[in-house]
Design a protein around this ligand. Structure first.
Ligand code: NAI
Length: 701
């Protein structure tokens, strides 16, 4: 139910308060648009009104965007175009009201929300850290379709607009002010009153020109052509042509700003984009992650206010930071060496200093966050720990010892969450007195950045422990998927065959850089060999035997790791891996010495497409096995895990969505061909064939 209320306040100033019933945030649903239109009818006919303020009744949210469900209901491009035109018409009417309209913005003002605000005469925003402005449509494979492409450029010029529209980035209040997107930043308490005062002034708003000479030139007719060409080249280099929204946005911006043709092109291109499979895939991922971000209701869920972290090493530093900075909880780092404690704190300090240097963090906020850190070399005070996250060395005996220590020094209800990357949680919990408190909480590196965590209950983990752990991961800003306790869990299990196939390509004589290029062209953010360098070949070499022991021969990697480790090639951390790190100039170059170490004679003869599909199909087969075995609970979790954990190309929506979009026949034909050319590992088992067919079968409503 939409809820827009028209209030006639003092001095003939009207207010529209937006507050959607039964929702945490405001979105522009169809009903809200109809209601807004009705309110405009009323305002247009009332000559006593002297000004209007639009504000939100929700905490920390002005309008989070248009309701994307509306788009999924569109069967044809014509229907999508009608939605766009309705939005354009509404905001045009808003902009033409005969009195001054002020948007008083506190909290998120995104997508359709910002398009609405741009149609107002003034935008004043609160200085709350929750205030964010942006046009994130491109991240859903779309463009702002309610006049946003036009009014943004009219307001801040083409150059700054390109950066906002093509990336979908969100601005804080002060950044928005510096860009000229908003008129004033004010403390929250005075926002509405100030908006009322501004609304009483005349319609015409004086603007100071914020453009410098080079911006003026670039925004001129000649400069525009240059700017758009450059933007197209840069965007294409990044998107590899997988994201049609980028071209569409640039096409719209090529038409004369604010002209009738520009609005028509915006609506037409918006409609075309809604129907693309890329946008459908990206919207699917958005829905999936929104669902996964819902807090679990649990009557016994006591808030976690003190976390202990065992092991302040590589992973510990990032995990601790996510605790103090995102979850806002105190974290006590326990290590056996003072250097471990110091490392984790210094890591967090470094990240916060970066924010300070960008002025995203005040001195007081910095002090408050740093004060949440403490360190220790013993267990004194562990009785206060609600949750212990374990990130010590990957060693079963050591992890079991950690369980025993925590059961001894902690409370009865202290949760023990292990960040193991490969050891089954049941094995870690084997000798536990309170196995119900033990769970896996698997982060990805770098832990403060990567959005995914795997939550892994073993057979005896209690429901309360699962719920509390999921809720804590959400507080850290993570997207949690609950997966079954097995070797490699889900993400590493589907990653391993993909990496192994890349290693086979290498041994067959394909070049390091070409293999990686093939996969980045396919849409992965980095290629498999560079990924190995980043993660560390020693880490991969440790996991591989566990996977092949537990899951079978298909996980046995080709004979690559041992030789490279023998040559001290641990990857980036050792400044020696598949790539060179010994000189700034050679940083991105593959290290040709790898071929000698592996005794490879170069014999490149495969296309990018063949190489990419070989790796991707190995991953796809494993995803299907995981679905068959219930390792992941749903297609949704399988896709989110692959995209957020590995960087599976988002425009494909994840491996399951890719099978759906391409159809079983395409996948099975490729597998049959590759089986003939490259071996039996491409022959799917009968239940995998069934899974592929089931995924691509049209769903029965
Ligand atoms: P690391 O070697 O960088 O850090 C381990 C830390 O644990 C060291 O500071 C060490 O002093 C400390 N430690 C050892 N014994 C301890 C004890 N008894 N009590 C307290 N602290 C102790 O290791 P890293 O890479 O951070 O890995 C930690 C865990 O995270 C491992 O289980 C690993 O499999 C897992 N993991 C690693 C990932 C990676 O990319 N490196 C990714 C995901 C999980």
């Amino acid at each position: 139910m939409a809820d827009l209320t028209l209030i006639r306040a003092e001095d003939n100033i009207a207010q529209i308060c937006i507050s959607m019933a039964d929702a945490r945030v405001n979105t522009l649903q169809e009903s809200a648009i109809e209601k807004m239109s009705a309110l405009l009818d009323e305002l247009e006919q009332d000559s006593s009104i002297k000004g209007l303020v639009i504000y939100s009744g929700k905490k920390d949210c002005f309008i989070a965007g248009a309701d994307i469900n509306m788009l999924d209901q569109c069967q044809t491009a014509q229907q999508a175009q009608a939605l766009s035109e309705a939005g354009q018409k509404l905001f045009k009417r808003l902009s033409k009201l005969p009195f001054r309209v002020v948007a008083a913005i506190d909290g998120s003002c995104l997508g359709g929300g910002l398009e609405l605000a741009l149609a107002c005469d003034m935008r004043i925003v609160s200085d709350s850290p929750k205030t964010r402005l942006g046009l994130p449509e491109v991240q859903l494979g779309l463009l702002p379709g309610s006049g946003g492409t036009q009014r943004l450029v009219a307001r801040i010029g083409l150059m700054k607009s390109l950066d906002l529209i093509l990336t979908g980035k969100q601005l804080r209040a002060k950044q928005a002010l510096a860009l000229g997107l908003v008129d004033e930043v004010l403390p929250k308490d005075v926002l509405l009153n100030s908006a009322m005062e501004y609304a009483a002034l005349s319609k015409k708003v004086k603007r100071s020109s914020r453009q410098n000479v080079s911006e003026t030139l670039l925004n001129s007719f000649i400069g525009r052509g240059f700017l758009l060409k450059k933007a197209r080249q840069q965007a294409l280099a990044k998107s590899k042509g997988h994201y049609p929204a980028i071209d569409a946005i640039l096409d719209v911006l090529s038409v004369r700003n604010m002209s009738k043709k520009a609005f028509t092109t915006e609506a037409e291109q918006f409609a075309q984009l809604v129907m693309t499979k890329q946008s459908q895939a990206l919207r699917g991922l958005f829905f999936a992650s929104t669902q996964l971000k819902k807090k679990r209701e649990d009557a016994n869920d006591q808030a976690i206010s003190q976390v202990w972290l065992l092991g302040g090493g590589f992973m510990g530093g990032g995990i601790a930071y996510s605790c103090v900075n995102n979850a806002n909880v105190a974290v006590r780092i326990k290590d056996i060496h003072q250097s471990g404690v110091a490392h984790a704190m210094a890591y967090g300090d470094g990240l916060l200093q970066q924010k300070r240097s960008k002025r995203h963090l005040s001195r007081i906020e910095y002090d408050q966050i740093m004060a949440r850190y403490s360190g220790t070399l013993d267990y004194q005070g562990m009785g206060k720990a609600d949750l212990v996250i374990e990130a010590v060395f990957e060693d079963l005996k050591l992890k079991q010892q950690m369980v025993a220590d925590v059961e001894h020094y902690g409370r009865e209800d202290t949760i023990f969450a292990s960040n193991t990357s490969s050891i089954p949680i049941a094995a870690i919990a084997k000798n536990a007195k309170r196995p119900e408190n033990i769970i896996g909480l698997h982060y990805f590196s770098p832990a403060e950045k990567m959005p995914l965590v795997e939550v892994i209950p073993h057979a005896n983990t209690s429901e309360a422990t699962i719920n509390r752990t999921v809720n804590f991961a959400l507080r850290q800003g993570k997207t949690p998927i609950v997966v079954k306790d097995c070797a490699g869990f889900y993400v590493n299990r589907i990653l391993a065959p993909y990496i192994n196939e890349a290693a086979r390509l290498l041994l067959a004589g394909e070049q390091v850089a070409k293999i990686d290029h093939a996969l980045t062209q396919f849409g992965f953010p980095v290629g498999p060999l560079r990924l190995l360098d980043e993660v560390g070949l020693d880490v991969a070499a440790k996991i591989a035997p566990i996977l092949s022991r537990e899951l079978g021969k298909r996980f046995t990697p080709p004979d690559v790791f041992n030789h490279l480790l023998g040559d001290q090639r641990l990857g980036k951390k050792a400044s020696k891996g598949f790539y060179r790190y010994d000189h700034a100039k050679s940083l991105n170059q593959a290290d040709d010495r790898v071929y000698d170490v592996l005794d490879i004679r170069l014999n490149a003869n495969l296309t990018d497409d063949e190489m990419a599909w070989r790796c991707v199909l190995q991953m796809v087969l494993e995803v299907c096995r995981c679905l068959n075995e219930g390792i992941v609970q749903s297609d949704r979790d399988a896709d989110v895990g692959a995209v957020f954990g590995i960087g599976f190309p988002p425009h494909l929506g994840g491996p399951v969505n890719m099978i759906k979009q391409l159809g079983a026949a395409v996948i099975l034909d490729k597998l049959a061909l590759f089986a003939k050319l490259y071996g039996d590992r491409f022959i799917p088992e009968a239940d995998v064939v069934n899974m592929i067919k089931a995924i691509s079968a049209p769903s029965v409503p």
